[in-house]
Every structure is written in structure tokens, then in C-alpha cells.
Design a protein around this ligand. Structure first.
Ligand SMILES: NC(=O)c1ccc[n+]([C@@H]2O[C@H](COP(=O)([O-])OP(=O)(O)OC[C@H]3O[C@@H](n4cnc5c(N)ncnc54)[C@H](O)[C@@H]3O)[C@@H](O)[C@H]2O)c1
Length: 334
């Protein structure tokens, strides 16, 4: 596929971050798009913005869908086929995802399973729903977003990332396993897996929202207490991110700042990431690393897998590598 012009793409999580940029850039390149999100206002806005920048003949639609609910995924599929008057789709970007469930030991089971359900089952349900439509295209591409945490299952010292990493390893494993399956059984479809490092988006606050919590600024003290229980606070204090004896107000401020820093201090913007993803898909790549940090962690973990969680040795190996244009790697990619 050397051009997206005249194609129909599906983008999940199209209301923010990399998904919103994929919708915008695909539409600008002449591709019709059906974008879905949990956040219906955000995805409607993203679709309207993309439609404005699109050449004539391109149609961008927005849809409500929680990808962790198979019935909603099937309804989204039927809705988009009707609205685009199509019997196939050419591209599927399974991009929707959230962070959370860092600790298997101390975070709530509910948070762990919500994160896993979106990040793994969402990708699985979308593959079940859309692969037959990619087969009907005759030249279809399934693009699943994993993470650098699909290569390395931690955020660094004192920062476990169990639900997210488990799901993202599953997405990478599934995508790699599909390579041979599609080659043998559906040769008109190929798969690509996206492995981003740190990309500047609102994923921190959107993840709270996807777990049914209000905007950070509007969270009650009790909700904050539940969100960051005593032992998680202790971890933040040990990591130097929170002062000893911090009030609920200070905790709220810290989370607002953490979201803004994650978005604004990233080495790669969401727009740049979307361009890397689309260039990768167009070139036929099946493994799309986004950012110098992702490339360096990938190389270090593959060179010496047994040192992956010996942080002193891992960070020494990373520091020995020259920093690329996107800057030095950091310890906490999503
Ligand atoms: N930002 C990073 O540093 C980074 C790094 C590695 C991987 N990723 C992955 O990239 C993908 C996009 O992340 P982003 O950083 O652009 O985040 P984002 O929060 O900016 O965008 C994700 C969108 O997905 C939507 N979403 C969440 N749960 C959903 C659900 N159940 N159904 C439908 N939509 C849902 C959110 O509302 C949001 O609009 C995610 O899979 C994420 O895990 C991000």
C-alpha cells in the first residue's frame, strides 16, 4: 500500500493523542476515516477538524464505542459500514489504550482488569470484528498499537507496570503470531505492530477518565485517596515526586503537573508519532518503533535480556549509546 488515497480506515481512540493525529493525517492524505472513542465529544471534534483539512470526496465519521465491550465494537462496525456505504475496510488502527494497574499487589483488581480489558481485549475484539472486512478489501492492513512496554515490562525502579505491560506484550505477541497466520490463511491482509516510546499526549488524565473518574481538577479528596492509596503514595514519596505528608490538594496538583509534563516534555509529539506510524505502514514495515527511546530500549533488551531489570546495568547500556535527535531515553515511557 503506497498511498492512502481513496481508502477507508478505522481508528480506535481517535479522540486524542496519536489516534486524533492519525485521523487528521489520514484524512489530509485522501483517506476516509471512521474514528471511535469512549469520549464522544472529543472524537466528534477530532473528526470535524480532520474533515475540514481533507480533500473533496473524503468522509470522516465519529462513533461512540468502548473497545473493551465486544457488542459495542460490533455495533461500531455495522454503523461505519452503513455510514460509509462500504462492504470492506482497508486499514484498522487499533490504537485505543489506557495506563493503570501498575501493581498487581497493591492496586485494585478492578483497575488492573479495566486496563487489561481495554489494552488487550479491545485489540482482540477489533481484530475479530475487522479482519474479515480487511480480507474483503484484498489489500488490508491491521495496525495494532503495543508499546515499549511490550518489549520491557517496567517503568523503572519502584514503578511497576503490570497490567499495561501484560496487555502490551499480548498485543505484540498476537500481532507477531498473525504474521504467519495471515500469510497462510489471508494473504490479502498484513499486520503491523507499533511500539512507541514516550509520546506527548494526555494519556495520564484520559486513563483516569476511562476508569470512570472525573477530570483531575474535579476529583474529590476521597476519589484521590482511592486513586492513590497509602502504599502508592509511599512509592511516589520514595521516587521524590511527592512531599512527605502531602495534602489531597498537593496530590491533585502533582497529578495535574504529571499529566502536563508527560504531554509537554515528551521527546516526540503525537503528530510526529502519527507520521512515523503512517510512513511505516506505507513502507510495508511490520514493526514500527516510535522514538529514539523505544529504539534504544529495544536494542538494549535484545542485546542482553537478562539485564533488562537490572536498572543500573540497563541504564549504563543506554547511556553508552549516543543520544539520537529525539533526545536521551527516559525511565518512564508509557
Ligand atoms: N503516549 C505514550 O507515551 C505511549 C507510549 C506507548 C504506547 N502508547 C499507546 O498508544 C496508544 C494511544 O495512546 P495516546 O498516548 O495517544 O493516548 P490518549 O489518551 O491521548 O488517546 C487514547 C484515546 O483512546 C481513548 N480510549 C481509552 N479507552 C478507550 C476504550 N475503551 N474504547 C475506546 N476508546 C478508548 C481515550 O479516550 C483517548 O481519546 C495507546 O494504546 C497507548 O497505550 C502510548
Amino acid at each position: 500500500m503506497d498511498s492512502f488515497t481513496g481508502k477507508l480506515a478505522v481508528v480506535t481512540g481517535g479522540g486524542s493523542g496519536m489516534g486524533r493525529e492519525l485521523v487528521r493525517q489520514l484524512a489530509a492524505q485522501g483517506c476516509s476515516v471512521a474514528a471511535c472513542d469512549l469520549n464522544t465529544g472529543a472524537v466528534a471534534q477530532a473528526a470535524a477538524m480532520a474533515q475540514e483539512g481533507a480533500p473533496p470526496g473524503v468522509r470522516v465519521t465519529s462513533h461512540a464505542c468502548d473497545v473493551s465491550d465486544e457488542a459495542q465494537v460490533l455495533r461500531f462496525r455495522d454503523e461505519l459500514l452503513a455510514e460509509h456505504a462500504s462492504d470492506h475496510v482497508d486499514l484498522v488502527f487499533s490504537n485505543a489504550g489506557i495506563g493503570g494497574g501498575g501493581s498487581f499487589i497493591s492496586d485494585s483488581r478492578q483497575e488492573w482488569e479495566r486496563t487489561f480489558a481495554i489494552d488487550w481485549w479491545g485489540v482482540y475484539y477489533c481484530a475479530r470484528a475487522f479482519v474479515p472486512l480487511l480480507m474483503a478489501s484484498g489489500d488490508g492492513v491491521l495496525v495494532n498499537t503495543s508499546s515499549v512496554n511490550g518489549l520491557w515490562a517496567s517503568l523503572g525502579p519502584g514503578m511497576p507496570n503490570t497490567a499495561y505491560s501484560t496487555a502490551k506484550f499480548a498485543v505484540r505477541g498476537f500481532s507477531e503470531a498473525l504474521i504467519e497466520d495471515l500469510r497462510s490463511n489471508a494473504p490479502g491482509v498484513r499486520v503491523a505492530v507499533v511500539l512507541p516510546g514516550h509520546v506527548g499526549t494526555d494519556i495520564v488524565s484520559n486513563s483516569f477518565r476511562a476508569r470512570g473518574l472525573p477530570e483531575l481538577e474535579h476529583m474529590s479528596d476521597a476519589q484521590l485517596e482511592e486513586l492513590i492509596p497509602r502504599d502508592a503514595r509511599a512509592r511516589l514519596i520514595r521516587a521524590g515526586l511527592l512531599a512527605e505528608g502531602a495534602s489531597a490538594g498537593q496530590l491533585r496538583q502533582m497529578l495535574v503537573r504529571a499529566n502536563a509534563d508527560f504531554r509537554d516534555k515528551a521527546p516526540v509529539s503525537a503528530a510526529e508519532a502519527a507520521t512515523v506510524i503512517l510512513d511505516g505502514v506505507r513502507s510495508g514495515a511490520w514493526r514500527i518503533l516510535v522514538g529514539q527511546d523505544a529504539k534504544m530500549i529495544d536494542a538494549a533488551v535484545r542485546a542482553k535480556p537478562e539485564a533488562a531489570y537490572d536498572y543500573a546495568e540497563l541504564f549504563r547500556a543506554l547511556a553508552d549509546k549516543p543520544a539520537g535527535p529525539a533526545g536521551t531515553p527516559r525511565a518512564g515511557p508509557a
